[in-house]
Design a protein around this ligand. Structure first.
Ligand code: AHM
Length: 338
């Protein structure tokens, strides 16, 4: 078998990046490696979801009052487990946990970072074989090192993220992450069991051809959003024709596609869900960070997502994110509208 040594693995890439920072401790590289390891374990289970009795509800609800699927529980335990036993993370917040989990031991208390994640986003799609994903955001803790981390570490504005990313369990499995230096995508090579750099320096095209929104909620959207959707369906500035509507209902898959091809993803507030559906800390912030580093924009309709200071761990937010020009068209429509 030919092994392509020109292709960097995730570990090789993060170590190579460290060379540019002689004072770096390597903690972030360790943390990303831990996340990659948990992702590989989750990937194995996701791939056999149709074969074994791991599918379906775990029989309880998460803190948002939604059904928890067994794979959500498995994924949550995997990510929490590797981060607890690693040396880079002082604690986690997870969409599946009521409260933060503080890793109160000698090594974790010395760690620089905390991590917030949605272990298995789009899990409503598990039983119909649609791509699902894990989303994560990494913050430098604000509490004193040497002590257990605190809630304040998890309630920082998204702009404070030092890294953010996602894993997409799809036709191939990919890990995409951003630091301030850029967005890079790694595809899992099953022959060697390693994530390998397949999408270096991802840039979100300035414009695209795709708008993604749950059209079923149309009559519950505000006038500005309705006006924009109407415009998407007509001749528009960017491509002279209607945009294509693509909505999987799995944020990782929808945003991944739009990030690569160009497009806009929207989960606006509705009359039923006045603060939107998506969670600021687990879904909106990591994607806003990725999109901005890739050259796009992300807002809640009024404010830049990354500037919002969260008040609670499980706070929800409306979300609009994607190609810069499409976001500007949306902003024009939303100006002076409700
Ligand atoms: P989940 O946390 O229950 O998986 O829900 C999050 C998902 C997102 O991935 C997706 O964009 C959205 O919910 C779809 O919601 P809807 O079915 O209301 O359009």
């Amino acid at each position: 078998m030919n092994v392509n040594r020109r292709v960097l693995t995730l570990d090789e890439f993060t170590i190579q990046q460290l060379r540019d920072f002689p004072n770096a401790t390597g903690e972030l590289s360790n943390l990303l490696r831990d996340i990659g390891l948990a992702a590989k374990r989750v990937n194995v289970e996701v791939n056999k979801a149709g074969l074994v009795d791991i599918l379906g509800d775990a029989g309880n609800m998460n803190v948002q009052g939604e059904d928890v699927k067994k794979l959500d529980v498995f994924a949550n335990n995997q990510f929490m487990g590797v981060l607890r036993h690693g040396i880079s993370c002082a604690g986690i917040g997870s969409e599946e946990l009521d409260d933060i989990a503080v890793f109160d031991d000698e090594i974790s208390n010395q760690s620089k970072y905390v991590c917030l994640f949605d272990p298995l986003d789009g899990s409503g799609n598990i039983d119909v074989n649609v791509s699902i994903g894990t989303i994560f955001g990494v913050y430098r803790r604000v509490s004193e090192k040497g002590r257990p981390c605190t809630k304040a570490d998890f309630l920082q504005a998204g702009i404070k993220q030092v890294a953010a990313g996602y894993i997409i369990y799809g036709s191939s499995t990919m890990m995409v992450y951003a630091t301030r230096r850029g967005v890079n995508g790694f595809t899992l090579d099953p022959s060697i069991g390693e994530f390998t750099l397949s999408h270096p320096n991802i840039k979100c095209p300035l414009s695209g051809n795709i708008y993604s929104v749950n059209h079923g909620n149309f009559f519950q959207f505000g006038d500005g959003v309705k006006k924009y959707i109407d415009q998407c369906q007509k001749k528009n500035k960017s491509n002279g024709g209607p945009y294509s509507q693509r909505y999987i209902g799995s944020m990782v898959s929808d945003v991944h596609r739009n990030l690569i091809k160009g497009g806009i993803f929207m989960y606006p507030a509705t009359t039923d869900k006045q603060n939107g559906k998506l969670r600021l800390q687990y879904e909106c912030n990591p994607f806003a960070f990725l999109i901005e580093v890739a050259g796009g924009k992300a807002t809640d309709g009024k404010l830049r997502i990354l500037d919002i200071v969260p008040e609670t761990l499980h706070q929800r937010s409306a979300f609009f994110g994607g190609s810069q020009h499409m976001m500007e068209e949306l902003e024009d429509c939303m100006k002076n509208s409700n």
